[in-house]
Design a protein around this ligand. Structure first.
Ligand code: HEM
Length: 159
């Protein structure tokens, strides 16, 4: 059972972090270079369902893995438990990820989509494009941090 949950956690990590790395390293630079949000909006609309599924898998399997190490969730926040550093770090990364993703999805993306389809003046579109780029970069850095903290469980980097 533990092995299956770990496998699902790793597959979800590949999808979530890998997708965001492709977005940041391949799609975003082209969109910024040509000041054209369309490839970005296109990728976002195709990737959104997969990404949300991957994040749901990460949260579910992550909690199960955390319970594997510390079955009592009250201990996840106990100072005396060295392993709780990992769980607290993961939960903090999750909170920051959710806040950034919600801001991108419900604040920036609708405005960027509207500015793109109405052919709004370039300065407005460019400002929104850079705001979106900052959100993408932050979620990508957080996704890599999730992996680093996760690998730290076996390597003992953090405790
Ligand atoms: C997008 C979010 C996440 C990503 C990309 C991610 C990624 C990873 C990776 C790559 C590992 C290393 C697995 C290994 O050493 O074989 C790991 C381990 C782990 N993760 Fe996550 N994780 C995420 C979210 C979470 C969440 C929300 C929790 C819940 C607290 C969590 C809890 C754990 C635990 C407990 C381990 C240790 C598993 C083990 O090695 O036995 N993760 N994670």
């Amino acid at each position: 059972m533990y092995a299956t949950i770990l496998l699902l956690h790793l597959l979800g990590a590949i999808l979530w972090t890998g997708g965001h790395l492709v977005l940041t390293l391949s799609i975003l630079p082209a969109a910024l270079k040509h000041k054209d949000p369309r490839p970005l909006l296109d990728f976002e609309s195709r990737f959104e369902k997969l990404a949300m599924t991957a994040l749901a898998v990460q949260v579910t399997t992550g909690m199960m893995l955390a319970r594997h190490y510390l079955p009592n969730p009250a201990l996840w926040f106990a100072e005396a438990q060295p392993f709780s550093v990992i769980i607290k770090a993961k939960l903090m990364l999750l909170l920051l990820t959710l806040l950034t993703a919600l801001s991108a999805r419900f604040r920036v993306l609708p405005q960027l989509g509207a500015a793109t389809s109405s052919n709004a003046g370039s300065p407005v579109k460019t400002r929104l494009l850079y705001t979106m780029a900052a959100h993408i970069l932050l979620v990508t850095l957080l996704s890599v941090a999730f992996v680093i903290v996760g690998v730290g469980v076996r390597t003992g980097w953090f405790y």
